[in-house]
Design a protein around this ligand. Structure first.
Ligand code: HXC
Length: 258
């Protein structure tokens, strides 16, 4: 499938997916969501890929769902089995680590897309927001749920009710993003984080991702049990023997995902 609204580059085991609708600040229309989901699925199933990075442009990661397209939709349209319904689940099914590299606007569906990734690295210019209330609607892809879990009720209510934007510094303080870097360094930082992840055992990386995600879905006791069992299970892998042997022998581990 040839993509028109995104670009995909695979280099050194990292798939870099760049949203590419510059005239609309990367607004997420149905075509872009379809292509993005396809590219993510392809990367997840591609043995050469060990980590995925999603990014936009300097000015906008994504300014939200495409309002022009959405304005024509009826209840039946948005309720139908279209990508507003399936995209959120689709991205959650990706098992390889996914980093969002955010510069400029990450609003509405754009903020929600970034939050659906495993973590966010932001440039100093990043602005996050759930301004759907200004359009007479509310967040529909996790902006009332993932944002609340990330930053707590006070800030989430503030953003969802007033529609105000949060800048990168506030987003870092609030725990929405893992790192903030100067704009020029954003891609270098994101790709280097992705490279670091790509060097690990993919079995362990998937396990870590699953365990962290589990914490959102379970009680502490259940989450701890899940983590402990996942930890035990990794002792059945060659990568565990290799990782520990490499430490003792003072050399780099050669993980084989086995
Ligand atoms: C469609 C959009 C768009 C969007 C920007 N554009 N955001 N088109 N959908 N979400 C288009 C503009 O219409 C304009 O096109 C071009 O991009 C440049 O935008 P400007 O507004 O001229 O840029 P600027 O003045 O710099 O303002 C940037 C901005 C503003 C603050 C980001 O564009 C803005 O407020 N955008 C909407 C943000 C928003 O409300 N997002 C939430 C959407 S709802 P033209 O052709 O005029 O040049 C949502 C729901 C998710 O995301 C739930 C899904 C289930």
């Amino acid at each position: 499938m040839a993509f028109e609204t995104i670009n995909v580059d695979i280099e050194d085991h990292v798939a870099l997916i760049k949203l590419n609708r510059p005239d609309a600040l990367n607004a997420l229309n149905q075509q872009l969501l379809t292509e993005l989901l396809k590219a993510l699925g392809d990367a997840d199933g591609n043995d050469k890929v060990r980590c995925i990075v999603i990014t936009g442009s300097d000015k906008a990661f994504a300014a939200g769902a495409d309002i022009k397209e959405m304005s024509e939709m009826s209840f039946a349209d948005v309720n139908d089995v279209n990508l507003f319904a399936t995209f959120g689940d689709g991205i959650q099914d990706i098992r390889k680590p996914v980093i969002a590299a955010v510069s400029g606007y990450a609003l509405g569906g754009g903020c929600e897309l970034a939050m659906a990734c495993d973590f966010i690295i932001a440039s100093e210019t990043a602005k996050f927001g759930q301004p759907e209330i200004n359009l007479g609607v509310i967040a529909g892809l996790g902006g009332s749920q993932r944002l609340t879990r990330a930053v707590g009720k006070a800030k989430s209510m503030d953003m969802n009710l007033t529609g105000r934007f949060m800048d990168a510094a506030e987003a870092e303080r609030a725990g929405l993003v893992s790192r903030v870097v100067p704009s020029k360094k954003l891609m270098e930082e994101a790709m280097s984080a992705a490279q670091k992840i790509a060097e690990k055992s993919l079995i362990a990386a998937r396990s870590a991702k699953e365990a962290v995600n589990r914490s959102f879905e379970s009680t502490l006791a259940e989450g701890l049990l899940y983590e402990r069992r996942a930890f035990h299970a990794l002792f059945a892998t060659e990568d565990q023997s290799e990782g520990m042997a490499a430490f003792i022998e003072k050399r780099e581990a050669q993980f084989r995902d086995k």
